[in-house]
Design a protein around this ligand. Structure first.
Ligand code: F6P
Length: 326
């Protein structure tokens, strides 16, 4: 295996708070180990258009506290094509890059897996997504910050929901997963969470209404995971109007608010540990793995597993929301 001298780093897909902390950790750990670092702008797009800049230690100064990503991000359509990846490989080689660190979610790591297989390049991924939907890791970079944002927003909605004795559907992100909705509901003390993982098992809205919400009060906040099939919070409100007109329901869609903001300490520490682990992994000869965290320990998760969508939601937490809302 060729000796690694230069690392390219990119962020791809939806941004997540803590990506900057990860960029900083990758860059500084690489430099500490006498490697050179190149920052690739706008994800895979920048690899294709050759937007590649030299990174020094000072390139990542004063960014640990910032949301977003200094490298910018994109969802590159061209990288999905054989021609696009050929150009990306050429630019990578022309810039002397021997290995890549890719920070992103499932789409980005799927791209990394294909690219690594096609060109036999060492690539290590970091799970950067607010959705927490990658397998083989207990948490992803950005998830904790997004959860805190959701919690703070729902805390505020509680005031008006209680005053007006209303039912609120609060839509949160999550792609196809319900982690933000379920754990957001626990953190904010919401009455229920409607999540995609339960969709085929039970009519969650019907179940909720038949339970009678919280017995001790007339308002309720229900966190709804975004869901194209059911229409998310909007879909729930439409059903209420049609099927349960006795309720005065309102909706709030938190949207991209959830992707912004200064990362929490938990995300900064996670991103720093994972960033350092990515360089360690590459120097140990690891490739095609994502860095994960399991029971507090850094782990190497093969890309195939990371993107396999085999992570299961904690059923005890579904029960917990129910118990705590009596
Ligand atoms: O994967 C992160 C995420 O924020 C998802 O939760 C959401 O479904 C999606 O990205 C939104 O993407 P965009 O910013 O392209 O609208």
């Amino acid at each position: 295996m060729a000796h690694i001298k230069c690392i390219g780093i990119l962020t791809s897909g939806g941004d997540a708070p803590g990506m900057n902390a990860a960029i900083r950790a990758v860059t500084r750990t690489a430099i500490y180990n006498n490697l050179t670092v190149k920052g690739i702008m706008r994800g895979y797009h920048g690899l294709i258009t050759n937007e590649i800049v030299d990174f020094q230690s000072k390139s990542v100064s004063n960014i640990i506290q910032k949301g977003g990503t200094i490298l910018k991000t994109a969802r590159s359509k061209e990288f999905l094509t054989v021609e696009g990846r050929a150009l990306a490989y050429k630019n990578m080689k022309d810039n002397g890059i021997d290995a890549l660190v890719v920070i992103g979610g499932d789409g980005s790591l799927t791209g990394a897996q294909i690219f690594a297989q096609e060109y036999d390049i060492p690539i290590v991924g970091l799970p950067g997504t607010i959705d927490n939907d990658l397998s083989g890791t207990d948490a992803t970079i950005g998830y904790d910050t997004a959860l805190n944002t959701i919690m703070e927003a729902v805390d505020k909605l509680h005031d008006t929901a209680t005053s007006h004795e209303r039912l609120f559907f609060v839509e949160v992100m999550g792609n196809t997963a319900g982690y933000l909705a379920l754990n957001g509901a626990i953190a904010a003390g919401a009455e229920a969470a409607i999540i995609p993982e339960m969709e085929t098992e039970v009519d969650q809205l019907k179940q909720l209404i038949s339970q009678g919400f919280r017995k001790s009060k007339n308002s309720a906040i229900v966190l709804v995971a975004e869901n194209k099939a059911t229409g998310g919070a909007m879909g729930m409100a439409e059903r209420i109007k049609r099927e349960y007109p006795q309720y005065d329901a309102r909706i709030t869609i938190l949207g991209h608010l959830q992707r912004g903001g200064s990362p929490t300490a938990i995300d900064r520490i996670l991103a720093s540990r994972m960033g350092a682990s990515a360089i360690k992994a590459l120097l140990e000869g690891q490739r095609n793995v994502m860095i994960g965290i399991q029971n507090g320990q850094m782990t190497y998760v093969p890309f195939a597993k990371a993107i396999s969508r085999t992570k299961t939601i904690n059923r005890d937490n579904i029960e917990l929301v129910k118990i705590l809302s009596i």
